[in-house]
Design a protein around this ligand. Structure first.
Ligand SMILES: Nc1nc2c(ncn2[C@@H]2O[C@H](COP(=O)(O)OP(=O)(O)O)[C@@H](O)[C@H]2O)c(=O)[nH]1
Ligand code: SF4
Ligand SMILES: [Mg+2]
Length: 406
């Protein structure tokens, strides 16, 4: 792929609709590429296909071609569940209507997407063959969904569809969200503490660290990056007080001891909890650690399937720390990548990673789904800070937390 933006910052657009409505053709027309398989045989797109594209002025997006929500039979069921998975992580859904017009099928699809609270656009395709009546358009618009009349064949309406997608994109994709930039001013010094241990990938930094460093540079702050062993010496020799210290959660306890109380301190994970999720709710979710009982199962959610290392944070360190802190006999199950179990009821707590590879919409949707089923959600950094007794300190730099930052 030519475009290497991290997946988490790409807007995910799903095209849904019945087989043969022209979803694959429309993706080709939108991207000007011929990668989605187009065919006269219904159901050719057996697996969802993803296509990257630079949708200006929005930026990098991915179009997800789905297999259709109307599939019947066993294979059809599989495709439908694959389609639902794609929808779960989409920020905008385009319902493609074919020659049949809007029938109960399309209404069902619209309802499904509505239920997931995804912004929806209805595209009446094949306008070279058939144009929808004004009643048909009015009925869909009455449901609050913007309607467009397009033809993947001759390209008419395709630019308007692009604009409608841009307009429907959730606000966070149109407004730049700051990771750390709102906490620092031009010229501020910020110390970043990055332990280089067994779990550190060879020859590079991990994405959350890279993104924080980039945001600090974008803010015209001075980023000083050190290992935890050097922090005291650096603070002593710096000759000025840093505006903020950002540490990896795994060494937060020793860093908290080395950094004077009057210097604001937070963790990379806490910044990501705020950036990708809802920090207030993740902090509240961490309260559930105190009520874990013997035999409870904790879900460890990792948004990407990075390879396991000897002293892995999600598989080894967090289970050890939580078990030690609670003194309970707990079970931990790790789910990596886009897999998130359906039977959430059997878990007592979700501890999620920083979600740097997820977009905020997907993280918020995961949190909402858990909370709907009464399952508290917290994240790595918040949980670690809690069991190490420094949670109040690492959330105090965030004024928006108000009372909960105590
Ligand atoms: N006339 C016409 N045919 C179209 C249009 N869009 C798609 N098709 C045709 O409809 C058939 C199904 O298209 P496809 O993109 O594979 O549909 P999908 O199953 O929804 O992905 C193919 O034969 C396409 O060439 C259109 O706007 N006009
Ligand atoms: S596990 Fe989570 S925080 Fe870590 S790199 Fe993957 S997405 Fe990012
Ligand atoms: Mg197709």
């Amino acid at each position: 792929m030519s475009n290497k933006a991290p997946r988490g910052v790409r807007l995910a657009i799903a095209l849904a609709g019945r087989r043969n409505a022209g979803k694959s053709s429309l993706i080709n027309a939108l991207t000007g590429q011929m990668t989605a398989i187009v065919s006269d045989t219904p159901g050719t797109t057996t697996d969802p296909v993803a296509k990257h594209y630079e949708l200006l002025p929005l930026g990098p997006v991915t179009f997800h071609d789905t297999a259709g929500l109307d599939d019947t039979g066993e294979l059809g069921q599989l495709r439908m569940s694959a389609t639902r998975k794609v929808l779960n992580r989409s920020d905008v859904a385009v319902v493609v209507v074919g020659e049949e017009g809007v029938t109960d099928h399309e209404r069902g699809i619209i309802e499904t997407i509505r239920g997931l609270s995804i912004p929806i656009i209805v595209a009446f395709n094949k306008s070279d063959l058939r144009t929808p009546s004004s009643e048909e358009l009015a009925a869909v618009r009455a449901e609050g969904a913007p309607c467009l009349v397009v033809s993947a064949q001759n390209g008419s309406g395709v630019d308007a569809l692009k604009q409608a997608i841009i307009d429907a994109a959730p606000l966070e994709f149109r407004q730049e969200r700051r990771l750390v930039g709102d906490l620092v001013s031009e010229g501020d010094w910020v110390v970043c503490v990055v332990p280089i241990d067994l779990a550190a990938p060879k020859g590079r930094l991990i994405l959350p660290q890279v993104q924080v460093l980039r945001d600090l540079l974008d803010s015209d702050a001075v980023a000083v990056t050190v290992k935890e062993r050097e922090i005291e010496a650096v603070l002593a020799g710096m000759g000025r007080r840093p505006a903020l210290v950002i540490t990896d959660s795994q060494v937060v306890m020793s860093v908290a001891a080395d950094v004077p109380e009057d210097i604001p301190l937070t963790t990379f994970s806490t910044l990501f909890a705020r950036h990708k999720g809802d920090l207030r709710r993740l902090v509240r979710g961490a309260d559930a650690i105190d009520s874990l009982k013997d035999g409870d199962t904790v879900l460890i959610g990792e948004a990407c399937s990075h390879h396991n290392v000897a002293d892995d944070i999600g598989r080894v360190k967090i289970p050890r720390w939580i078990s030690q802190y609670t003194g309970r006999d707990l079970r931990f199950e790790v789910y990596a990548g886009h897999d998130f179990p359906d039977d959430l009821e059997r878990f007592s707590l979700v501890i999620h990673c920083g979600a740097c590879m997820l977009n905020r919409t997907e993280m918020l949707r995961r949190m909402a789904e858990c909370e709907r089923r009464g399952l508290p959600v917290t994240n790595y950094g918040v949980a670690i800070s809690k069991v190490q007794g420094v949670l109040g300190r690492v959330i105090s730099p965030f004024p928006e937390l108000g009372d909960s930052a105590t």
